[in-house]
Design a protein around this ligand. Structure first.
Ligand SMILES: Nc1ncnc2c1ncn2[C@@H]1O[C@H](COP(=O)(O)OP(=O)(O)OP(=O)(O)O)[C@@H](O)[C@H]1O
Length: 308
C-alpha cells in the first residue's frame, strides 16, 4: 500500500493531521494579525467563490474563540455527526455543498463563550483537524484565530508542510502595517507560502452620490504587500448589503449578485485559482463511500441515522 509523503519528506501516518488532509488538493489558511478585520468573511468568501466555480470545498473554522463562519453560511443550527464505522467527524454540508467544521457546532448555544486554557484549545484544534473525514476536496480554507499567538501557531504548526498558502487579511490603516508584516513573518517562519494580502474595508461607495471614500486611508494594504514582496490579491469595499447578507447566512446569495463588491471578492478568488491552477487540476482520488452517521452530541445507541 502506498503512503502519502508530505513536503518535509515524512510519511503522513494514518491518524496524523497530514493524513487527514491527504485527499485535499489545495489547503489555504487565512491569517490576520488582529481581530475584527474581516478574516472570517474573507475565509467564507474564498470558499463560496471556489464552490461557485464548481470546486469541492471545505472550511475548517479554527477561530475557536469567535466562530462566525457557520452563521455567515446559514448553518449555525447544524450538528456534527460521527461516522459509526470509522469514528470520524462528518462535516456539516452548507450551501453549494461546502463542508463545514466549526467549534460552534459543538457548543450548546450561540451565546456560549469558549473559556478554555491554551492546552485545551490546542488539543481541540488538533482533534478537529485529525478526526474530520473531509474526503476528497479541491480546496480547504482554514480560518485561524486572530493574532500570531498560541492558538493560530498550533493549527499552522500542526499542518506544517501541508499548507499551500496563506491569505493575510488587513484593513488599510497605517497601524495595521506592522501587524501585517508580523503575519507575513509568521507565515514565512512556518514555511507557508504567502499567497497574498487582502485589503478589507478598502473604501466605501456612497449610495447617494456614487463617490468613493477611502475611510481608513488609500492603498495601505497594497503598499505593504509590495514592500514585503508578496502578491496583493485585492480590496473589498465596506458594503452594508454585504454585511446584512452575512448576518442572515446568505453570503452565497450575495456573491451571486453581479454588483461591485461581489465582483471585487470574486476577483480575489480568480487570483488564487490562477496562482494554484496546477494543484487544482490534479486528478481526484477514487470516490468515497457515504458513511452511516450518529450525532456527535449523543452517546452511541441513543440515536442512529441511516444515510443522509
Ligand atoms: N467589507 C465589509 N463590508 C461590510 N461588513 C463587513 C465587511 N468586512 C467585515 N464586515 C463585518 O464586520 C464583522 C467582522 O467580520 P469578521 O467576523 O469577518 O471579522 P474577523 O476578522 O474574522 O473577526 P475575528 O478575527 O475577531 O473573529 C462582521 O459582522 C462583518 O459582517
Amino acid at each position: 500500500m502506498s503512503v502519502k509523503v508530505n513536503i518535509r519528506g515524512q510519511a503522513a501516518a494514518p491518524g496524523s493531521l497530514a493524513h487527514a488532509l491527504k485527499d485535499v488538493k489545495l489547503k489555504l489558511v487565512t491569517i490576520s494579525g488582529k481581530g475584527g478585520v474581516g478574516k472570517s468573511l474573507v475565509t467564507a468568501s474564498i470558499a463560496v467563490g471556489f464552490a461557485m466555480r464548481g470546486y469541492k470545498v471545505g472550511i475548517l473554522d479554527g477561530d475557536v474563540y469567535g466562530p462566525t463562519i457557520p452563521k455567515m453560511l446559514g448553518v449555525s443550527d447544524s450538528t456534527l455527526y460521527v461516522d459509526q464505522k470509522t469514528g470520524k467527524i462528518i462535516p456539516v454540508v452548507g450551501p453549494l455543498g461546502i463542508k463545514v467544521v466549526s467549534i460552534e457546532f459543538a457548543l450548546p448555544s450561540d451565546d456560549t463563550a469558549v473559556i478554555w486554557r491554551a492546552p485545551l484549545v490546542n488539543q481541540a484544534l488538533r482533534d478537529f483537524i485529525a478526526q474530520v473525514e473531509w474526503g476528497s476536496l479541491d480546496v480547504l480554507v482554514v480560518d485561524l484565530p486572530p493574532g500570531t499567538g498560541d492558538a493560530p501557531l498550533t493549527i499552522a504548526q500542526s499542518l506544517q508542510g501541508g499548507l499551500d498558502g496563506s491569505v493575510i487579511v488587513t484593513i488599510p490603516t497605517e497601524i495595521s502595517r506592522r501587524i501585517v508584516l508580523k503575519s507575513i513573518d509568521f507565515s514565512r517562519k512556518l514555511n507557508i507560502r504567502v499567497a497574498g494580502v487582502v485589503e478589507n474595508m478598502c473604501c466605501f461607495k456612497c449610495p447617494d452620490n456614487g463617490k468613493v471614500y477611502y475611510i481608513f486611508g488609500r492603498d495601505a494594504g497594497k503598499k505593504i504587500a509590495e514592500a514585503a514582496g508578496v502578491p496583493f490579491l485585492g480590496g473589498i469595499p465596506i458594503d452594508p448589503e454585504f454585511s446584512q447578507h452575512l448576518d442572515t447566512g446568505r453570503l452565497h446569495e450575495f456573491l451571486a449578485k453581479n454588483n461591485e463588491t461581489a465582483k471585487a471578492v470574486l476577483s480575489i478568488v480568480n487570483a488564487l485559482e490562477e496562482m494554484y491552477k496546477d494543484k487544482l487540476s490534479q486528478q481526484p482520488p477514487p470516490k468515497e463511500e457515504k458513511p452511516k452517521r450518529i450525532s456527535l452530541l449523543k452517546l452511541p445507541g441513543e440515536e442512529e441515522e441511516g444515510e443522509s
